[in-house]
Design a protein around this ligand. Structure first.
Ligand code: LMR
Length: 343
């Protein structure tokens, strides 16, 4: 029997891979690599021990095993090469060949990814994964080719939590606090909705901003809060699981089209395999981060009752309506239906 998950997933994953290959054939010039190995520079902003850090390292390892001598991958973690914003420009200009920026940060290129930032739309990672594997999700991969960005796959980080200087059991506690957010208008609206003051800021600046009081609060996943040590400089985290943080693994379409066919085919297969591997373990990496934060004794983790969580949901729900023209009410309804089936 084919389950809902298997049915959607397999057919659409294969469909997505075919779409990417067809796209490459259309733009492709199939240049043979005769000047030594092809170099893929892959900068990202999180620590090596995060879901994205692990996935990027695994990608490098598998590529250098299966395409030994033909393709080399240089991974630059922890924003050591550039910020996410700069990496979007660097990819477009061909200075780097692969990136995995969070979906929220694509807001400056397209409105199509705003759906992933809607608070409490996706209840868990599996629901997000099903949506991404559907036709709606797979169409997003090729939606920014004119901006020199071709999506190959989606990687999860996890669900976001709110951290701050006071225990935030109810949304009213967020009133007046300055929240660091990613560069996304939906996230900005979400914080305004609970009476907070949103500040868009690069990931690499958050620790210091919390430390110096430039911001009071932030939202992120357990693995990012742990690996970037935010728990040292914010005494409380509320376990809201209110939103999704995940990535688009993307390449420059001209670079992709210029690869020899056999290399592009193998890289496509490796990205798909690594995505399955990485997405299977992201939840556990986040769980481990949560445990280590609790064990540190430096941040108190606030669990919510069902009623308290419902108050956060009610407070933020108007954001859906605000962005429904941008996103499409039909897409929001489809995503919501995936979530309801999961309940
Ligand atoms: C953030 O800026 O908080 C995230 O995008 C970091 C990341 O890449 O997980």
């Amino acid at each position: 029997m084919i389950t809902r998950k298997q049915g959607l997933f397999t057919s659409n994953r294969i469909g997505g891979a075919i779409m990417i290959c067809v796209f490459a054939l259309l733009v492709g010039c199939d240049k043979q690599a005769d000047d030594g190995p092809i170099l893929i520079k892959f900068p990202h902003v999180t620590a090596p021990a995060t879901p994205k850090g692990q996935a990027a390292e695994r990608f490098k390892q598998v590529v250098e095993e299966r395409l030994a001598g033909r393709v080399m991958v240089e991974v630059y973690p922890s924003a050591q090469l550039m910020s996410d914003d700069d990496s979007l420009d660097a990819l477009a200009f061909g200075e780097v060949q692969m990136i995995a920026v969070s979906l929220s940060k694509l807001d400056r290129l397209t409105l199509k990814f705003q759906i992933f930032d809607l608070p409490f739309l996706f209840p868990d990672l599996q629901t997000v994964e099903e949506y991404q594997a559907s036709d709606y999700g797979q169409e997003l991969l090729t939606s920014m080719v004119d901006r020199k960005l071709l999506g190959l796959s989606f990687w999860h980080n996890g669900m976001k939590q709110f951290g701050g200087p006071v225990p935030m059991r109810m949304p009213e506690a967020a009133k007046g606090l300055k929240f660091r957010i990613m560069e996304s208008d939906v996230l900005q609206a979400q914080i305004l909705q609970i009476g907070g003051n949103p500040q868009k800021m690069a990931f690499g600046e958050v620790y210091q901003a919390l430390q110096t009081g430039a911001v009071d609060a932030q939202e992120n996943t357990w693995s990012n809060i742990y690996s970037s040590k935010f728990y040292e400089v914010q005494p409380y985290v509320t376990e809201t699981n209110h939103g999704y943080l995940g990535y688009l693994v993307a390449v420059n379409p001209d670079f992709w089209g210029s690869l020899p066919d056999d290399i592009r085919t193998e890289l496509t297969a490796i990205v798909q395999e690594v995505s399955v591997w990485a997405n299977d373990q992201s939840a556990n990496i986040n769980l481990a981060g949560r445990e280590k934060i609790i064990a540190s004794g430096q941040t108190e983790v606030i669990g919510l009752t069902a009623e308290e969580r419902a108050s956060w949901q009610r407070a933020m729900r108007p954001v859906w309506e605000m962005f429904s023209d941008n996103i499409g009410a039909d897409l929001i309804a489809a995503a919501e239906a995936y979530g309801k089936q999961a309940e």
